[in-house]
Design a binder for this molecule. Sequence first.
Ligand code: NAD
Length: 356
Amino acid sequence: MKIAVLPGDGIGTEIIAEAVKVLKALDLKFELETAPVGGAAYEAAGHPLPESTLKLAKEADAILFGAVGDWKYDKLERALRPEQAILGLRKHLGLFANFRPAICYEQLTHASSLKPELVSGLDILIVRELTGDIYFGQPRGKRTATDGAFPGAEEAFDTMRYTRPEIERIAHVAFQAARKRNKKVTSVDKANVLETFQFWKDIVTEIGQQYPDVKLDHMYVDNAAMQLVKAPKSFDVIVTGNMFGDILSDEASMLTGSIGMLPSASLNSKNQGLYEPSHGSAPDIAGKGVANPLATILSAAMMLRFSLNQEAAAQRIEAAVQKVLAQGLRTPDIHSAGTTQVGTAQMGDAVVKALA
Ligand code: NAD
């Protein structure tokens, strides 16, 4: 088994170091190979996703990814910005299905910005389509407006689009995931305004007929954003497009206490996957040794489960994370009165110790 390790920028290097520590402590046989990505790769090779990094990612059984981006690259042309690396990996590897579980650990109910009774026992799964929608749709760019409120003015535009097979395959992924959980799918759209999402809704409904044991309902994205903070436990699996999923999964992260707790998996049709925390490179705390590594460590557990067929090892990591939380250890983002504040490396060490 070969794992490509791509730490990236900012806190990416700090949190990946902890996840690698945990993986090495498992005593499993795999090869870990590290390569630069994002701003680090731009500095080293002049491109955020160099050919050598892409080749390693393609050959690996799984990719463990940190985070990319830094404000200092905001003035670079778009194709050279660090964020293009993650978009490029998703596209080149066909990673269309993004799983973002939002689980509120019992010990962290007080770290959530919502009342404990709203989040206690929360366990929802957001299935986000990852390679289509307005983030990839062509054409896009800048031009002179020929109509609208200001003809002749400079304008920018993007294209929202989905093909039938793209919607069908993500719908299947969501229904199959729901079958292993509480058998409920909420498809989130904006069918009242957007053609693309009326099409989405119709196709998800069609696919739903193949899963009579799973309850399907539909919700507009604005209402879904509201329900996520009003009654988050009313959801089981949420399936939605790339942009809505991006926004809703960050919202869901706050239910769990911190974005530093939220892992993710992005899979292609061969079960090859990229595993990363849901957060970014957090330049505001980079280099301070305070980032929460648990989202990345839990992403490594998802990697063992989905791409490397090591369910027992995945469960060992998840149990170890529960144990350190029960011991009262907290990085600053989840710290509250009566708990012990630790840094990134101390948290990683504690998880390794708890594996025993
Ligand atoms: P961010 O997720 O990096 O940070 C948002 C806030 O959450 C910050 O206050 C940060 O300190 C905090 N935070 C994030 N991760 C944390 C952790 N593990 N522990 C404790 N606190 C944590 O989002 P942003 O500030 O909007 O973006 C920063 C950079 O990251 C940008 O360049 C952006 O493009 C990039 N980004 C990259 C990815 C990715 O690599 N997949 C995803 C999102 C954003």
